[in-house]
Design a binder for this molecule. Structure first.
Ligand code: 4AD
Ligand code: MG
Length: 477
């Protein structure tokens, strides 16, 4: 007999047939009802055990967390809560789980506790649903680009350049930290290091993606990126995954259209293909909302929120308009913001972004044309000489989910910008070459994958949407 998955059995039309399934015990009650889950679906299958013909010793081993092999008859269920069940004829314990020490007992655990047990947390409904959705989202993303003529490009993880110019990088080195070779000036001599120069984990694949866009036309990367920023927030990771499309001959307006179309596609994909997991997470959120004060409760359910974003146009607003709105806003006047906005040129904090999205516009917002000096060196300078063709997409509950821009394609302007920021031309000679040979307007953006997973699952801490989060002081597992 072939092994079935729980997900197949739950929708199987033919009943009164022998079936076989393997999985982990979720609960076992009354020495009779075993709820089995194998990860194929959020739902368990009920396995009914005839305790009279089962030895006491075996019954004692049917603990939550144990791996079991079950053979039996698939029948329509008599009880409430399920349509089918298995009348067990044979049960084999594949791996015991000690009832005393197994951490994931069938009760409510805090997310903090589950983070400490991240190797077992996908044995809970919440985390299995989140991680199945994460997997589906990845495929939806690849589908979108594949269907739209993009090539998938693998940008390097180890690089010699700082793509964002923010200096928040992890060094990659094989030098002995206790006695590194020194130059005559007494500094660490990276010429003797593995790559013959200072190297780091990438903060973004953009610069390399630009080189491929300028030959293959439409490309994207989807890989891990690393940032050594010491921000211990619920939206920052030191290792996160980023999706970065880059397109030749596309300007900032085209970039906004692409990002919006792409986000709507993946949300619709999830609404269509992941109903069970979404339904579970929606109910979880409804319960969670009940414990909050009335004023803080969300008016929309999870699926309503996804549908709202996928069905409505994103509001496009310039940075300058946004500053006016913020300056005249209640929380600014009443000094409720931690950072008060009083001048054009101020960098926006997440409290401002969330005010614009959640209180003012009440829909996703694309902010564009930011001041040049708060954005990265590669962004296209506008005719006004002080703003750049940057865009950030802000989502409700998340804040910034996408950052992108039209790139500076003019060699002289780019060189001036780099000089002003002390970025050596030798380091990015290949990037400058793109502006020397066949330069053209081009644009792209970066979507933080975990922030998207947060939005889709309704999880409020980024540590709970990636299998093994890396954050300051924490790289367990
Ligand atoms: O805005 P960022 O820094 O943009 C770039 O890296 C560009 N090179 C992208 C491009 O144009 N190709 O980062 C892009 C997105 C952010 O909007 C955010 O969603 C996410 O990456 N992000 C983070 N996610 C989790 N943890 C962090 N520490 C993040 N930093 C950025
Ligand atoms: Mg950004």
């Amino acid at each position: 007999m072939t092994l079935s998955t729980v997900s197949d059995l739950l929708i199987q039309e033919t009943k009164q047939v022998d079936v076989e399934v393997k999985g982990w015990v979720r609960t076992f009650r009354a020495n009779r009802f075993l709820a089995l889950n194998d990860g194929s679906t959020i739902h368990n299958i009920q396995c009914v055990i005839d305790f009279e013909s089962t030895s006491e010793a075996l019954l004692k081993r049917i603990n939550t967390g144990a791996a079991v092999h079950i053979k039996g008859l698939l029948v329509e269920s008599q009880g409430k809560g399920q349509t089918v069940e298995i009348q067990v004829s044979d049960l084999i314990i594949l791996g015991d789980a000690d009832a005393e020490s197994y951490p994931i007992q069938p009760k409510k655990h805090s997310f903090e506790f589950l983070r400490e047990n991240a190797h077992l947390r996908t044995r809970t409904n919440t985390f299995s649903a989140v991680m199945r959705l994460r997997s589906k989202l990845s495929f939806a993303i690849h589908n979108y680009f594949n269907e739209n003529g993009f090539y998938y490009m693998h940008t390097p993880i180890i690089t010699g350049s700082d793509a964002e110019g923010a200096g928040e990088m992890f060094r990659v080195s094989t030098l002995d930290p206790k006695s590194p070779p020194l130059t005559e000036a007494g500094e660490v001599d990276y010429a003797e290091d593995f790559f013959g120069k200072e190297s780091n984990l990438t903060v973004s694949g953009q610069l390399e993606a630009e080189t491929y866009a300028m030959s293959l036309g439409k490309v994207y990367t989807f890989g891990p990126t690393f940032r050594a920023e010491n921000s211990n927030t619920s939206r920052h990771l030191a290792e996160f995954w980023m999706i970065e499309p880059e397109v030749a001959f596309m300007d900032l307006a085209g970039n906004m259209d692409l990002a919006e179309d792409f986000l709507k596609y993946v949300l619709n994909y999830i609404l269509e293909h992941c109903k069970d997991d979404l339904e579970f997470l929606e109910q979880r959120l409804i319960q969670e909302e009940k414990s909050k004060p009335q004023a803080e409760r969300s008016e929309m359910s999870l699926t309503d929120k996804l549908r709202f974003v996928s069905e409505n146009n994103f509001k496009r607003v310039t940075y300058t308009e946004a500053i006016d709105i913020l300056r005249n806003s209640k929380p600014n006047k009443k000094k409720k913001f931690k950072y008060i906005i009083d001048e054009w040129g101020a960098d926006l904090q997440s409290e401002h972004e969330r005010f614009l999205v959640e209180k003012h516009f009440k829909c996703p917002v694309i902010l564009f044309d930011y001041p040049a000096n708060i954005k990265a060196f590669y962004m296209r300078l506008n005719e006004d000489g002080k703003t750049v063709r940057a865009m950030d997409i802000l989502f409700p509950g998340i804040g910034e989910i996408v950052g992108g821009s039209q790139r500076e394609e003019r060699l002289e302007v780019l060189k001036e910008k780099m000089a002003a920021l002390d970025i050596p031309e030798e380091e990015l000679w290949w990037y400058l070459d793109l502006r020397k040979y066949g330069t053209a307007v081009h644009s792209g953006f970066g979507l933080g994958f975990e922030r998207l997973v947060m939005f889709v699952t309704g999880m409020s801490n980024i540590r709970d949407v990636i299998p093994y989060p890396r954050t300051p002081q924490n790289a367990e597992f």
